[in-house]
Ligand binder design. Structure first.
Ligand code: AMP
Ligand code: GLY
Length: 424
């Protein structure tokens, strides 16, 4: 098969690496890709948000299968356009991507079917939102409806802080049209975990596994949110019966609700849960793999990744009873530029990367680097993500940090405590 991956980050580096291993992948392409992805795929400098250019590329190159990494091209309807040309594509169409692109869309489905989620109210007028603050307990959570690159959720601890943020969103429009509608939501307490399933074009749900991300920049989960500073999979205390509950209580009713409105979702169903003392509640749904969670899941898969993605897109997931996963742990540590998620220096030199070789137990994924002669330069906020396997979470952690130690990057930063909640 000729396979095209869309995207250029650490998740897409991982997608390319594991798709390339598949015996059915004869040729791999990536749009736009990166210098590290170029080692695996032919990269083309096409804007992934330009649907016409992407579709034309697929027709010209006779691409058999397209895998979309990030949410933005999904929200831009790339799957709809490729399907019109009969190009088999992994990921949901524009209308079903609303599970991720509109928090109100997702919450309304939950409300309709009594699916456990935080209590919430929706506002499209600043004045009404501010008046409502007299009725809430603090902390409370303010969310913009649309996509906001992981920055659209603000936990506020006082009425003043809430008013200030509502004004920024609704008057100053700091999130543009994504903040035209907002949600004010009950603050949930408990541990946060991610659950991943694949759904096929017939609505068949194949649970994959769990992971735990570390979204805050600082050790002990303090400071501003980031795209994710490290993750591990699986979450040790989540057992088979929990996974069954996630599917029955959450994924199935949501997929069925869409089906009843003639919306056929297929692709990744990535649910963020808070495990409250009253049971799991769903926080958010994403319709693509998590980054860096994907980098902890793919190394554990014994089932061929390309087979799974293809089966999701062709309605054949029922051929897999359950995906086969290694019975061990994988930990991923993200290396970011010092200063991220605020300002940071660009084009700083990273040494030591050429001396590390990936094998079945360890992987270096590049999120934003470029090659300058024989050197790697850091070009963005989250720059590298290092995965390692281990028979226990502790072993996986030791193995991952042993690789991190080999990287010599004075302008880099990483958290030393990934996995801390379960490694006390
Ligand atoms: P989201 O984009 O919805 O995943 O929100 C980003 C982060 O904000 C989540 O990963 C949680 O850590 C936190 N968060 C979101 N909603 C709530 C809530 N209702 N209660 C507590 N924390 C929340
Ligand atoms: N790591 C969080 C996400 O991919 O949304």
């Amino acid at each position: 098969m000729k396979v095209l991956v869309i995207g250029n980050g650490g998740r897409e580096h991982a997608l390319c690496m594991f798709i390339k291993k598949s015996p059915i992948c004869k040729k791999l392409y990536c749009i736009p890709g990166s210098d590290s992805i170029k080692e695996l795929a032919d990269c083309f400098d096409i804007n992934p948000m330009n649907n016409i250019d992407v579709v034309n590329f697929c027709i010209k190159q006779k691409i058999d299968f397209v895998v979309i990494g990030p949410e933005l091209p999904l929200s831009n309807g790339i799957v709809d356009e490729l399907k019109k040309e009969k190009v088999v594509t992994f990921g949901p169409d524009k209308i079903s991507s609303q599970l991720e692109t509109s928090k109100i869309f997702m919450k309304n489905i939950c409300k309709k079917h009594n699916i456990p989620t935080a209590k919430y109210s929706v506002f499209n007028k600043e004045k009404d939102a501010i008046n409502f603050l007299n009725e809430v307990n603090f902390p409370t959570v303010i969310k913009v409806d649309g996509l906001a690159a992981g920055k659209g959720v603000i936990i506020v601890y006082s009425k003043e802080e809430a008013v200030e943020n509502i004004k920024k969103i609704m008057s100053e429009k700091i999130f543009g049209s994504s903040g035209e509608n907002i949600i004010i939501e009950e603050f949930l307490e408990g541990e946060e975990i991610s659950f991943f399933a694949l759904v096929d074009t017939n609505g068949f749900i194949l649970p994959l596994t769990t992971a735990q991300d570390h979204k805050k920049i600082g050790e002990g989960d303090v400071g501003p949110n980031t795209g994710g500073m490290g993750a591990y999979s699986p979450v040790p205390f989540i057992k088979h019966n929990h996974i069954n509950d996630f599917v029955e209580q959450f994924v199935k009713p949501i997929i069925n609700d869409l089906k009843n409105s003639s919306i056929l979702f297929s692709g990744v169903f990535y649910a963020g849960f808070i495990l409250t003392k009253n049971g799991p509640k769903i926080l958010e749904i994403n319709v693509r793999f998590g980054d860096p969670e994907a980098q902890t899941i793919f190394p554990r898969l014994k089932t061929d990744l390309l087979d799974l993605l293809l089966a999701s897109s062709t309605g054949n997931l029922n051929q897999f009873k359950l995906p086969e996963l290694e019975n061990n742990f994988c930990m991923n540590v993200v290396l970011s530029s010092k200063g991220y998620p605020k300002d940071y220096k660009k084009n700083t030199i990273i040494n030591g990367l050429n001396e590390i070789t990936n094998d079945k137990s360890k992987y270096v994924f590049h999120a934003s680097t470029k090659k300058n002669g024989n050197h790697w330069l850091a070009t963005g906020g989250r720059v590298l993500s290092i995965s390692a396997m281990g028979s226990t979470l502790k072993n996986a952690k030791n193995n991952a940090y042993n690789i991190v130690d080999k990287i010599d990057w004075k302008d880099g930063y990483f958290r030393k405590d990934i996995g801390w909640r379960h490694l006390q």
